[in-house]
Design a protein around this ligand. Sequence first.
Ligand code: SF4
Length: 69
Amino acid sequence: MEQDLCPKHANCPLFRGEMLASKKAQEIYMRLYCEAGEKGRNRCKRFILSEAGEAVPHNLMPNDTRSLD
Ligand code: SF4
């Protein structure tokens, strides 16, 4: 459903397929985060940082092990 899609998807390098060589892996991330509604995107580190008005490192994964601090 449209409202399940992350509002940041158009400019998101993960969603645009620029971060992962494997299409399969990208699909899994998209299912878990980008297309999983509010619950999905609210656990995405890219989304969280962006919502906080912070610059998002290009290579930051939704489940990156780096701290957001
Ligand atoms: S959920 Fe995260 S990875 Fe997916 S489009 Fe939104 S910001 Fe990008």
